[in-house]
Design a protein around this ligand. Sequence first.
Ligand code: SF4
Ligand code: SF4
Length: 112
Amino acid sequence: MKITPEPTDCLRCGACCFSQLPTYVRVTGDDWVRLAGAAERVAHFIGHRAYMRMSDGHCAALAVRVDDAGAAEYFCSVYAQRPQVCRDLARGSPQCQAEREQKSDRRPGTMR
Ligand code: SF4
Ligand code: SF4
């Protein structure tokens, strides 16, 4: 198993916000209400269900900034209003570790 070092914080990771699946982040009715004015911008319906929009291989609400040293920082632009599924993924949990292992080569726009 590939060992990925523990990030100092989620700002240096962002792995769980990456996917090529258009239905990766489910947005429930309660989530949509919590997103309020941001809902139409960051989420949309696919069939009868709502999901976060995906862009460049990650959730469209994820903002990525690369500093002068080339290190990326990842910000959830709707952090206080993020969907429940994002709230439920605890940093350091087995799911978090699996995300980091599976997506260790993530890069915006290039993730496979
Ligand atoms: S919860 Fe885990 S996988 Fe998600 S950004 Fe934080 S450290 Fe990375
Ligand atoms: S809503 Fe925020 S925490 Fe959830 S996947 Fe999108 S960017 Fe990541």
